[in-house]
Design a protein around this ligand. Structure first.
Ligand code: SF4
Ligand code: SF4
Length: 175
């Protein structure tokens, strides 16, 4: 499950994106799916899709399936190294922490994490603006307003240390 990690492997940092583009193969999502499907004895790969283009892309990756070759595996390894060096928050935006935990401060956790990742990975100068948009209106709390009740962490399938990460988010955007 989750070969494309909730879609988060589609938009890669520039350097990583260029590595996959240089292969002149399929989309970034198609490499993620083929990577998962290339393991021996893999019977099924389940990928979430939210529109027809994604479905067509996924089907084209698996029709006449070919496991990743050595060059492609090496490219994926380099992409992984780039990701690891960025130390991104591995949040998949599943939103369980919002829908199931009922955060008492109504903190939009995955949106704040997405802003943080964009800040770290893409050095996007606009991320401060995104952050202020996320917390403006609707009574949504700032990262610094987390009361550390831990409700969100109990439902996070990625077992993220949300309370600790929110402190980093606050340090980055609420200076
Ligand atoms: S720990 Fe913080 S972010 Fe998580 S539910 Fe409690 S107040 Fe909300
Ligand atoms: S539950 Fe975890 S992985 Fe899902 S959106 Fe919240 S922080 Fe991200």
């Amino acid at each position: 499950m989750e070969p494309v990690k909730g879609g988060s492997l589609v938009n890669l940092p520039k350097e990583a994106d260029q590595i996959l583009r240089s292969l002149n193969g399929g989309s970034n999502a198609s490499y993620a799916i083929r990577f998962a499907a290339s393991f021996p004895n893999m019977a099924m790969v389940l990928s979430g899709m939210s529109n027809m283009d994604q479905m067509v892309d996924n089907l084209s990756a698996m029709k006449d399936f070919k496991p990743l070759n050595g060059t492609e595996h090496e490219a994926i390894r380099k992409v992984c190294e780039i990701f690891k060096s960025l130390n991104l928050i591995p949040c998949t935006s599943c939103r369980y922490c919002i829908e199931e935990s009922q955060c008492p401060k109504s903190i939009r956790i995955p949106d704040l994490f997405a802003a943080m990742n964009a800040h770290e990975a893409f050095h996007n100068w606009n991320t401060g603006y995104y952050y202020s948009e996320i917390i403006t209106g609707g009574g949504h709390g700032k990262a610094s307003e987390c009361i550390k009740c831990g409700k969100c962490e109990k439902v996070c399938p990625q077992h993220l240390a949300i309370r600790e990460i929110l402190q980093n988010v606050a340090r980055t955007f609420e200076k």
